[in-house]
Design a protein around this ligand. Structure first.
Ligand SMILES: [Zn+2]
Length: 442
């Protein structure tokens, strides 16, 4: 069965990336967990199960940026209940639960501040040559491996906040350095939980260079799947990716070519950016190159356009040879309740909606994440950020043309006969959100 679909089909993101309610006044990443979020998560799990997306990977079950020092009372009873309810709901649907896990970085800010010997001058990354750092890393892994949480594995990240640059660490190339700590942690977890799935994603790390390949291979011997975030190995001429995949011991994958970082601070109907075909096409090419893993980023389904994009990409993970337009049509059928000719018409409308933006915007599929507002807005991290996807990726002239095309698409949508009128109303609101942002930018 698995020979015909991606082996590691993973829905992933920060805890609130599926939330129907934004948190406009919290610095990113906000991990508040309430009943409403749990309901959003369960709705997401339903769609995952329907489409055969076997894993759910979240960052932020326990902490945002910092494990507490000492490592006690990490979560209260209420949060533990939320986690239990979520894990139970996932397992009832046949979905396995993975925890995003920082390796020597992400989650150690407080440890570094209070136990200075773990780091050598870096504010967010511990030094692998410190035994105390390894103690802390191990404590975190032990904490996660505790069977009481019911987790089924982890996906590791070590590189997106940089790395220790002390004299000893500098002897190693970046890939060598990260391979050392990833392999060490993966082997430790494998010994403690042989039943677990272990993934790894190379945010902040370039892994396509032939001179570094032996270290990438070492990682592949220790993990079940590895994710190349920016698809550089597919961009060389000829593409190096098929050869890389052939030389690895684990499944190789991507983040689906394009995904929108759900904007934490924005109302859920502020944007209309369909991108399911772009993602589905990237996954199709990944499959042809031998890739068998994907961390497919969460979307807030309160915006029906986001649900269409997610479903389109997920459809390819479960059935990689599905024509892209068929995957899109199946997605609009599910979200809008259309069938037959009406489904064809709406799928075509979505394809033109996607092209309306991406034919004018500076973004190349395969280049990682796509921000609507800045992920972390430096000027004030606790207020909604500006619409950078319109401001920075398009000229004023292109925005005006884009707005004219959106106006036309909006009228076409209103004229279609679509059973799920609520989804149509929300789609119109989302388009008006984008049009309003364009008008304000001028
Ligand atoms: Zn160091």
């Amino acid at each position: 069965m698995d020979a015909d679909r991606f082996t590691f089909r993973v829905g992933n993101g920060w805890l609130r990336d599926v939330a129907s309610e934004p948190t406009p006044n919290d610095p990113w990443p906000c991990i508040r967990w309430d009943e409403r979020l749990l309901a959003d998560q369960i709705r997401f799990l339903d769609v995952q199960a329907e489409l055969g997306i076997e894993y759910n990977l979240a960052w932020g079950y326990f902490v945002d940026r910092s494990w507490p020092v000492p490592l006690e009372k990490v979560i209260d009873a209420e949060r533990a209940e939320m986690l239990e309810a979520f894990v139970t709901a996932a397992h009832e649907r046949g979905v396995k639960v993975l925890s995003g896990t920082g390796i020597y970085s992400w989650g150690f800010d407080e440890v570094i501040a209070k136990v200075p010997e773990v780091a050598k001058g870096h504010a967010r990354a511990m030094c692998p040559f410190s035994e105390t750092a390894w103690d802390w890393q191990r404590r975190v892994l032990d904490f996660l491996m505790d069977p009481k949480w019911g987790l089924d594995g982890i996906s590791m990240q070590s590189a997106d906040q940089g790395r220790c640059e002390c004299e000893k660490c500098r002897q190693f190339s970046p890939v060598q350095h990260h391979a050392n700590i990833i392999v060490r942690c993966a082997e430790y977890v494998r010994a403690g939980r042989p039943d677990w799935t272990i993934g790894q994603a190379s945010w902040g790390l370039r892994i396509d260079e032939p001179s570094e390949f032996e270290h990438v291979q070492r990682i592949s011997e220790a993990v079940d799947y590895m994710i190349e975030v920016r698809e550089r190995s597919a961009e060389t001429d000829p593409p190096r990716r098929p050869e890389m995949v052939g030389g690895l011991k684990c499944a190789f994958g991507s983040v689906s070519g394009i995904f929108l970082e759900p904007p934490q601070h924005w109302e859920r109907l502020r944007w209309f950016v369909p991108c399911g075909l772009g993602a589905a096409g990237a996954l199709n090419r990944l499959w042809e190159d031998g890739g068998r893993a994907c961390e497919l980023h969460y979307r807030p389904f309160a915006n029906p356009v986001e649900e269409v994009s997610w479903r389109t990409a997920a459809g390819i993970l479960s059935s990689p040879r599905t024509p892209l337009t068929v995957a899109l049509r199946e997605a609009v059928e599910a979200v809008y309740g259309v069938t037959d000719a009406a489904a064809e018409e709406l799928a075509d409308w979505f394809a033109r909606g996607e092209n309306a933006y991406f034919s004018r915007a500076q973004f190349k599929v395969g280049h990682g994440s796509f921000s609507l507002e800045p992920l972390v807005w430096r000027e004030n991290p606790a207020v909604p950020g500006p619409p950078v996807y319109l401001r920075d990726r398009m000229s004023a002239e292109a925005r005006r043309e884009y707005a004219r095309e959106l106006d036309g698409l909006k009228m076409e949508l209103a004229a279609m006969e679509i059973p799920n009128q609520d989804a149509v109303d929300k789609t119109v609101k989302a388009m008006e959100g984008t049009l309003r942002d364009i008008a304000e930018l001028g």
